[in-house]
Write a protein that binds this ligand. Structure first.
Ligand code: SAM
Length: 271
């Protein structure tokens, strides 16, 4: 039976973002972006029916797949259980702490929870070497966006602070079953040793969230609640930042500097 016909027998679950890859050349092309070595630890997010799995599990000795759908993970377990570890769990709840760098991540992601997955990866940047991810094209563009553009937002700032993102190639809806309504892109995030990183991730995240929460307003307005919560005065930072600017006009480096100064001040106030 041809792959597409085989997939048609299964009714994909829309709420789990189940759009399966049915073009093996694309699967191979995505997997090749991992530059896999036999000894690598590779974690796949949402393996589904194994379109990517089949090119990883046979080669890599430490393969772990995390799939939320029980029937899919049982199916995969039956085929690849002796080659890798198939875990039936929500990736957002999956404990990554036991792993040591370098871990490589791969996934044709469920688009509805792509942001949450990326935030989780950023929280674990210390153990990840790289991530090759299929995402919605518009979403992928936001990851690499620069200031003063409409695509520049919280995802751009967080992605570029914690990783170096690159869009590798675009993928049309025709290579999936069922066909999604949107175009897709494959993105590679590498996690180099970055110099300019936030001293405190929580403060950095709060700062980015508050700034872009009201992106049309000036920073003085959008950061008011955060400054109150942290018991800070704008006057103490005026010489470093122009709070009349808007979130979309602040560079990634400026966000990091601002969050580090805020952290130092909060730390100093608490002494
Ligand atoms: N990798 C397969 C492929 O390329 O054909 C499937 C990709 S499909 C776009 C997304 C997969 O992620 C589905 O198998 C879905 O069941 C799974 N999934 C959805 N939410 C998940 C979650 N929270 N944790 C783990 N897997 C999830």
């Amino acid at each position: 039976m041809r792959t597409k016909e085989k997939y048609k027998l299964y009714r994909p679950k829309k709420f789990l973002g189940q759009n399966f890859l049915v073009d093996d050349n694309i699967s191979k092309k995505i997997v090749s972006q991992l530059d896999m070595k036999e000894t690598d630890t590779v974690i796949e997010i949402g393996p589904g029916r194994g379109a990517l799995t089949k090119h990883i599990a046979v080669f890599c000795k430490n393969y772990i797949a995390v799939e939320i759908d029980k029937s899919m993970s049982e199916e995969l377990e039956a085929i690849y259980g002796d080659k890798g570890k198939i875990i039936n769990e929500d990736f957002l709840k999956f404990d990554l702490l036991g792993f040591k760098k370098p871990v490589k991540i791969i996934g044709n992601l469920p688009y509805n929870i792509a942001s949450e997955i990326l935030f989780k990866l950023f929280d674990h940047m210390d153990m990840i070497e790289c991530a090759v991810l299929m995402l919605q094209k518009e979403f992928a563009r936001r990851l690499i966006a620069v200031p003063h553009t409409k695509d520049y937002g919280i995802m751009s700032v967080q992605t570029q602070v914690f990783s170096s993102p690159k869009i590798l190639f675009n993928v049309p809806p025709t290579v999936f079953f069922p066909k999604p309504k949107v175009e897709s892109s494959v993105v590679k995030l590498t996690y180099p040793e970055k110099e300019n990183i936030p001293l405190n991730k929580e403060i950095f995240k709060k700062l980015a969230r508050s700034s872009f929460g009201k992106r049309r307003k000036t920073l003085k307005n959008s950061l008011k609640d955060l400054f109150e919560e942290l018991d800070l005065e704008f006057d103490d930072f005026d010489m470093f930042f122009d709070f009349t600017k808007r979130a979309e006009n602040i560079t990634v480096a400026e966000y990091v500097n601002m969050s580090n100064l805020i952290f130092s001040k909060v730390f100093y106030n608490a002494e």
